[in-house]
Design a protein around this ligand. Structure first.
Ligand SMILES: [Zn+2]
Length: 426
């Protein structure tokens, strides 16, 4: 595949889009069958021939993060000397998982990010400050850099740093846009009295900006207290190497049809109805080094297939509403940390915060919310009422110093704040 931008694909009628994806899927499956030691006996050429529509993919096996961790080297589908880059991502047991890329995979990544930035209305006229981690073997920062240079924007490769460092860069170069984790944008905004008006937009990763109905979540509202800019959300992972990015309508991230197939599955592996919640399961197309089939991300979200007001006919992926692994069973009720966070974002006293999940010897989950010392008795009482009303269960509140919370939040080797401490599988 030649990775030159062809935005017209996004506007194809839905039946033509599906036909195009079916052809690319068959090509991807043939390549995978011929080259991947992991998949070589998982399906056959007859299975591939049997595909006439996208839903036929449901007959193929799914791939879990555990498969990728346990049989990592079996996924390598090129000769080791053809590998040009190794990136890592968090595995299932805390041990990093490595993903290899070929030269073509890097080009695909640049193309993917260029397409994503164009959907987010980034242009060659932009000067963009990247505030996320660029090293530590993470894929995301590199992808932004490659995509920005591909569209011809100017890049400030600032990377992870303190608000003071970023403000120095902003004053010196006057960027027009930022790439940032939303909670860092909030922190950065709170750190200055005068916000430069030339920064008109930000591409946000790592945390959702909106609720499932696409209305702005509290974090987005908090950012708006400091910044007057257009916030767009992008979602991707190292394994999928493909982004879902919001257009100006902000009604979910648009799928790139030439690069990925998306399924939303229930716990039995069946596709859920349009707009229903389920596990994001992806088949990235055109990957050479470590091709995947039906990779289960563990993220929960909804797919929306009706055409978007922007004119694109590609499916959209709604905000991530939780992670399967973070499901908490609390006194018979199932909740996700994101639901707790939505309540916390409504209470200014709960900033910063940490959510700690534990399990006792009987397998029962418990949740503690760690708040700053500055939170008064009255604040805590109001928060408990609010949590109980929204979640119908009562987590335990604990207090700690702001510096101790910050230390746990922004750990050295993490690219986004780690607000959830899950001790259950530790
Ligand atoms: Zn759109």
């Amino acid at each position: 595949m030649k990775f030159t931008s062809d935005k017209s694909i996004d506007y194809l009628p839905t039946d033509e889009l599906e036909n195009l994806q079916v052809e690319l899927l068959k090509k991807h499956l043939r390549y995978t069958l011929a080259n991947s030691p992991f998949y070589k006996d998982k399906f056959s050429e007859d299975d591939i021939k049997g595909i006439s529509k996208l839903s036929d993919l449901s007959k193929f096996i799914r791939t879990s993060k555990k498969d990728l961790a346990d049989c990592n080297s079996d996924f390598l589908s090129i000769a080791p000397r053809e590998v040009v880059e190794y990136v890592t991502t968090s595995g299932t047991t805390g041990k990093p998982l490595s993903i290899a890329l070929s030269k073509n995979d890097l080009e695909r990544l640049a193309y993917n990010e260029a397409r994503s930035l164009e959907i987010a209305d980034f242009t060659p006229d932009d000067t963009v400050q990247i505030t996320t981690t660029l090293d530590k073997c993470f894929m995301a920062g590199m992808a932004y850099y490659l995509g920005l240079t591909k569209i011809g924007a100017a890049v400030l490769r600032a990377g992870q740093g303190t608000p003071e460092f970023h403000w120095e860069m902003i004053k010196q170069i006057n960027p027009t846009a930022l790439i940032a984790v939303p909670s860092f944008l909030q922190k950065l905004g709170a750190n200055s009295r005068s916000i430069p008006h030339q920064i008109t937009k930000a591409l946000c990763i790592g945390e959702p900006l909106r609720y499932a109905d696409f209305s702005d979540n509290q974090l987005t509202k908090n950012i708006a207290n400091h910044w007057n800019m257009d916030l767009r959300s992008t979602y991707a992972s190292t394994e999928m190497a493909t982004a879902f990015t919001e257009c100006q309508e902000k009604k979910g991230g648009h799928l790139l049809p030439e690069l990925i197939i998306l399924e939303i599955l229930d716990e039995n592996g069946n596709e859920v109805a349009d707009g229903e919640i389920g596990e994001v399961t992806v088949t990235p197309l055109g990957i050479e080094a470590m091709p995947l089939v039906r990779f289960q991300t563990g993220d929960l979200a909804r797919k929306h297939t009706q055409p978007c007001a922007c004119g694109r006919n590609t499916p959209r992926l709604g905000p991530i509403e939780g992670r399967l692994s973070q499901m908490i069973k609390l006194k018979g009720t199932t909740i996700y940390p994101t639901q707790i966070e939505e309540v916390l974002h409504l209470h200014p006293c709960a900033s910063p915060y940490l959510i700690e999940i534990d399990q006792d010897e009987n397998g029962l989950d418990s949740v503690s919310i760690i708040l700053p010392d500055s939170c008064t008795m009255e604040d805590s009482a109001t928060l408990i009422i609010s949590l109980q009303a929204k979640l119908r269960v009562k987590p335990t509140l604990k207090k700690s110093s702001i510096s101790a919370i910050q230390k746990l939040l922004f750990r050295e080797n993490s690219r986004k704040p780690k607000k959830i401490i899950d001790n259950r599988n530790a």
